[in-house]
Ligand binder design. Structure first.
Ligand code: SAH
Length: 359
């Protein structure tokens, strides 16, 4: 029988597990604290747990921990990009950013992705597998340990489509925001989706206080289909209805992400169509100059086009910000670091700082 993944269990589930091992409930509380507060990397570190119980745990449960393969630090803004190896040897990447309002971590939710967005590096080799809740948490835990600083904000905007890994995502949010764990505020958690309508509706019904970000990238179905295969499944009309529903259910303003690609979706006409599409919705628009990916020939919009686009939205009364590009010098965009590593591991190994290697 496959061992259960102990770090993905809620405290209530863990209490039931320890009872089945013949242990007292306070042992579950201790285990939970070691895993989710002290961010312990193995049972061996848990000094107030008797050796016999640690052995029993080792026999019955799988304990996930990531191995840091590389850390790259931006010399522009201090952003750090981590490449982690999972227990099965697959790799995921995460990004740590320092803002005035606190430290933010961007995590991956899957190894690879099957959504196929044309400008995205994560999807080039398709989906390898879903991450477990513990593997999503581990990215934040490893970074907290490495930086020695509290993570206050989490964005699920790395590789993968979080709503394509729904059960694990919900479990992850429960554990991350639990008062017995890191206790990150739900309001500081953002989940970004390419727009899987039925799953967005399910998420709305959870009535969480998280922010939902929708990757829009185009304001007509025709253009969106060119950039995102998911647009063949759900129309913009369905998506906009779904966004209104999300707001009704949760009271949370939707964020629209719009990556600006030169001469593809960045003209005045595009901005006008976008403004008309989202008028009346309680929302915020994040404009992101597209990050060029070497396998694709999309070109970033020029500064002037970006500013004109933002100004037009503002004139129409739409709340929009141009996302500051963080970590531009360190393969900041989704899936780029993992790809480069898979492409040419020797090249990147030469670039990295030896002290970042934790064996
Ligand atoms: N699958 C989810 C989350 C991961 S992608 C989603 O689609 O939202 C996070 C965001 O980065 C999405 O808005 C995605 O469209 C965008 N993105 C991916 N590759 C990019 C690139 N090369 N340049 C700019 N934005 C990119």
């Amino acid at each position: 029988m496959e061992k259960k993944d102990i770090k993905s269990l809620t405290l209530a589930e863990l209490k039931a597990e320890t009872a089945s091992l013949g242990e007292k409930p306070f042992r579950a509380v201790q285990l939970y604290e070691w895993m989710h507060r002290k961010l312990s990397r193995s049972f061996a570190e848990m000094t107030n747990i008797p050796l016999a119980m640690k052995e029993k745990c080792g026999e019955n449960y799988h304990y996930t921990a990531l191995r840091t393969v590389t850390v790259q630090e931006s010399s522009i803004d201090g952003t750090k990009k981590y490449l982690f190896a999972l227990p099965d040897g697959n790799m995921v990447e995460s990004v740590w950013m320092r803002y005035k309002h606190g430290n933010s971590v961007c995590i991956s939710s899957q190894v690879g992705c099957r959504m196929g967005c044309r400008f995205c590096a994560s999807t080039l080799d398709g989906l390898v597998r879903n991450l477990t809740a513990s593997e999503m948490l581990d990215q934040i835990y490893a970074i907290t340990l490495e930086t020695g600083e509290r993570v206050s904000h989490v964005v699920v905007m790395g590789s993968g489509e979080p709503l394509d890994n729904y059960e694990n995502l919900l479990r992850f949010i429960t554990l991350l925001t639990d008062e017995n764990g890191l206790h990150v505020s739900q309001r500081n958690v953002t989940v970004s989706t390419c727009g899987i309508v039925p799953m967005m509706r399910e998420l709305a019904q959870e009535k969480l206080q998280i922010t939902l970000a929708l990757s829009l990238h185009a304001a007509t179905d025709e253009k969106r289909r060119e950039l995102m295969p998911i647009a063949n499944r759900y129309t913009l009309e369905e998506l906009m209805d779904c966004c209104s529903y999300y707001f009704e259910q949760t009271g949370r303003r939707i964020t629209f992400e719009y990556s600006l690609v030169r001469n593809v979706n960045d003209t005045r006409k595009d901005a006008e169509t976008l403004a008309a599409l989202i008028r009346g919705l309680n929302c915020h628009v994040n404009l992101i100059p597209v990050n060029p990916v070497k396998e694709r020939d999309y070109v970033q919009s020029g500064r002037q086009a970006v500013e004109a686009f933002a100004a037009l939205l503002a004139k129409k009364g739409i709340n929009a910000t141009v996302r500051r590009e963080m970590g531009r010098d360190i393969d900041g965009a989704c899936g780029q670091l993992r790809r480069r590593f898979l492409d040419n591991s020797s090249a990147i190994l030469c670039k990295m700082d030896e002290s970042c290697l934790h064996e």
